[in-house]
Write a protein that binds this ligand. Structure first.
Ligand code: CA
Length: 455
């Protein structure tokens, strides 16, 4: 039940508007007053000089423009800026630029910062691979490098209130309830994500298909701005929303609906969003790239210290970043999720967004095996008219885009703990909540094991 006042509801509407992409904020946000000179000294190994940390190399440039979307995934970029980690590694002119939506981020990276766009930033997967191949940029190929994963988990599938008590949990107990919607309600069961053919589309497709509901034919599944989706959930014209924190918290707290599943329940420690830059920027500025990486990695370590989470919430909720009441971020950052619809609450720090390490590997290191899952899923659903044709093409593309080698160099130069540095580009066999496994050595077997697919 809601424990939120009308004031909270009004704030929520504001949050919805801020996330809807209705307002173009590109490049004109500015940043908060620069407090980094004083904060840097308070973080980590304070004895280090402000620049030339690690191998003592001076970066080729000190500026870059990084796009972010105001959701928990972007926290390492925000924290690296606000806590002075970029400055410490000599990147004193990093601009962290709020993007109106994913399409804007994509368009801005094609333009590049020289043209008023961005050099890279935060991405859902496999956007960097698709942009590299021109698949989602009208054939305009802009090679990109994936440099680090920003976070894991922190997403989920929300169901509107009108579908309460229908057995919509990890599994859909009665798939015929969903499939029979058109017959019984006069319209198909309607589900939304914020951008097609990337993470949140994959999560909801996987969940539906696991219960025998075909996301292409049994329901309507489409990209809709969050504000419109949430309004539709209130008024009974939208049934499901595949979304990230803090939406799962708000939808339950404001009594709009409930959570059928959190993504950490679907795939524990699953890959989520990534840091990727234009390849030309990286090739021209290899030292600056590693300086950025070291700063982001240090920010990720800072983010994962439970003692820092309250400050993280204060910083990220700020006007120039997520622009939400801080209380909507507190619960997810404590791993506390009320699911609603009679489901037990989740209360586990490791169920929420994680940034540096989890129980089975590195969060920050970009495993090639995870890129392969995203491209396998792209093939599964025949996205982009089959533009990713086979596993040879997928692996070739991953080898061009994934620069885990730069991550390793940066981590070693920065002197991060050897135990935190992976020794394989594969995290190994992945297991999903329904018992399906993905062996990166044999993605063909995974694809063959799936009942609902287009490939
Ligand atoms: Ca996400």
């Amino acid at each position: 039940m809601s424990n939120f006042s009308n004031v909270s509801r009004r704030r929520f509407v504001k949050l919805a508007a801020a996330s809807s992409g209705a307002v173009l904020l590109k490049g004109c946000l500015g940043n908060p007053p620069d407090t980094t000179a004083t904060t840097a000294a308070t973080v980590g190994s304070a004895a280090l000089p402000a620049a030339n940390v690690g191998t003592g190399e001076t970066p080729e440039v000190t500026t870059i423009k990084l796009g972010f979307i105001p959701i928990v995934e972007s926290a390492p970029l925000v924290i690296a800026k606000e806590k002075g980690f970029f400055d410490r590694y000599g990147m004193t002119g990093v601009e962290v630029s709020k993007q109106a939506n994913w399409a804007s981020a994509r368009d801005n990276v094609v333009i590049g910062s020289a043209g008023g766009g961005i050099d890279g930033g935060q991405w859902q997967m496999p956007m960097p691979h698709l942009i590299t191949e021109g698949i989602i940029t009208n054939g305009n190929k802009v090679p990109m490098y994936v440099l680090a994963q920003l976070n894991t988990q922190g997403n989920g599938i929300a169901i509107s209130g009108m579908n309460r008590q229908k057995g919509m949990g990890l599994k859909i107990n009665d798939p015929e309830y969903v499939k029979g919607f058109e017959r019984n309600q006069g319209r198909k069961f309607k589900a939304a994500h914020t951008f097609p053919n990337v993470n949140q589309d994959f999560w909801i497709r996987y969940w539906f298909a696991s219960s025998g509901v075909d996301p292409d034919s049994d329901i309507d599944l489409l990209a809709v701005p969050p504000a419109e989706t949430v309004q539709g959930m209130r008024t009974g014209t939208m049934d499901a929303f595949s979304t990230g924190d803090p939406w799962p918290y708000r939808i339950v707290a404001d009594d709009i609906g409930f959570m059928s599943i959190l993504t950490h329940q679907m795939w524990k420690f699953h890959p989520e969003e990534y840091l990727a830059l234009r390849a030309d920027w990286v090739d021209q500025n290899p030292k600056a790239t590693k300086a950025l990486l070291k700063a982001v990695m240090e920010a990720q370590q800072w983010c994962d210290d439970p003692a820092n989470r309250q400050e993280l919430v204060q910083i990220c909720s700020g006007r120039n970043y997520f622009n939400v009441p801080s209380e909507v971020l507190t619960a997810p950052y404590e791993g506390k999720y009320a699911l609603g619809d009679g489901k037990p609450e989740v209360n586990d720090f490791k169920a929420g967004p994680l940034y540096w390490k989890d129980d089975i590997g590195s969060v920050s290191y970009p495993y090639k095996s995870h890129d392969l899952w995203f491209l396998t899923e792209t093939m599964r659903w025949n996205f982009h008219n089959g533009a990713i044709q086979d596993f040879d093409m997928a692996r070739n593309l991953i080898d061009r885009v994934n620069r885990e080698d730069l991550w390793l160099e940066a981590a070693k130069e920065a002197g991060f703990a050897a135990a935190d540095i992976p020794t394989s580009t594969s995290r190994g066999i992945e297991t999903f909540f329904d018992g399906v496994t993905f062996d990166p050595e044999n993605p063909e077997a995974y694809l063959a094991s799936l009942k609902i697919k287009r490939a």
